[in-house]
Design a protein around this ligand. Structure first.
Ligand code: RIB
Length: 305
């Protein structure tokens, strides 16, 4: 059997993307200038990003028995992902995300998780062999925490590193945080998780999550770059890169997936972070969550630049 590098406890959404000039006010209707349906879901996006970096990736996921579920499987097969632990739930709807992209490239998203909400500890247990023998297990907060908790327990009992993208921001039990090797929040998720004010210093918020058990907190800062926090070490920052932004959908997922792929091939965390930072920068130059996701060669070229 081919060895799996990265296992992703994954959400899947069909992204219904409308381009509008600016955020819509309550009670307002705006005309969109563009609409498309494209692949999404924070887990699926990160898994595709890792696979494009050369990692062999397996998914633990649940999709509906509808057209959007078939769209997921077609994508995953085309990207070379291992789908043996994907459950297709007949009679259920697949996850859907409604996304408004603004003219400045920023966006707002609402997610209906659909069949993904049924992902549970039993799905992780069924994938025990892959989880125990891979190098990195990753997840986001778009899937039920019980599934992630079980997957991370199995990963820790084996030899795998765990990476959690805490998006969308949610309550994280200390039991789960204690199983996280690398947490990858953006600034607002970091502050929400730490329970501090919106203008509280990033460093203090990151330290509070380290104190609760996470081994490293790697904060993504959009165009500004990212900062790594580890207990007993000064923060380590990388600057962002100036790119022509088409849209920023999936930039955080690309960061997490590229990070996992680099860790899986043995890169130390600061080097994996450099890789992830460059991959995320490239991802905003294409349309939709996976349109701009780079190959390993593209990241190498940017890093050499
Ligand atoms: O992070 C971007 C993703 O968030 C989109 O693809 C959407 O599906 C939501 O999950």
């Amino acid at each position: 059997m081919v060895r799996i590098d990265v296992v992703c406890v994954a959400s899947w959404n069909a992204d219904l993307v409308s381009q509008v000039p600016r955020p819509i006010a309550r009670g307002e209707t705006l005309l969109a200038s563009r609409f498309e349906i494209s692949p999404g879901g924070k887990g699926s996006n990160a898994a595709v990003a890792a696979a494009r970096q050369g990692a062999r990736v397996a998914l633990i996921a649940r999709v509906g028995g509808d057209d959007f579920g078939r769209m997921a499987l077609d994508l995953w097969h085309a990207e070379g992902l291992d789908t043996r632990h994907v459950e297709q739930a007949e009679g259920e709807r697949s996850g859907v995300a409604q996304i408004h992209v603004y003219d400045d490239g920023d966006n707002s998203i609402s997610v209906f998780p659909g069949a993904g909400a049924g992902l549970a500890a039993r799905h992780a247990l069924a994938a025990r062999e892959a989880l125990a023998s891979c190098r990195v297990v990753m997840a986001s907060c778009e899937v039920p925490l019980q599934a992630t908790l079980e997957a991370f327990r199995i990963a820790r009992a084996g030899d795998a590193l765990t990476v959690l993208n805490p998006a969308p921001a949610c309550e994280l039990p200390d039991e789960l945080l204690a199983l996280v090797d690398v947490l990858t929040p953006n600034e607002s998720e970091l502050r929400a998780l730490a329970g501090v004010a919106a203008d509280a210093p990033i460093d203090a918020a990151a330290q509070s999550l380290l104190a609760r058990g996470a081994k490293a907190v790697l904060v993504t800062l959009g165009a500004v770059g990212c900062t790594l926090h580890r207990a007993g070490e000064p923060p380590h920052s990388l600057p962002g890169r100036r790119m022509t932004v088409v849209d920023t959908i999936g930039a955080g997922d690309t960061f997490t997936g590229a990070l996992a792929a680099a860790l899986a091939r043995g890169a130390p965390l600061p080097e994996a972070m450099r890789w992830a930072n460059a991959a995320a920068a490239l991802s905003v130059t294409g349309r939709g969550a996976i349109g701009g996701m780079p190959s390993r060669t593209q990241v190498e070229a940017l890093l050499a630049d």
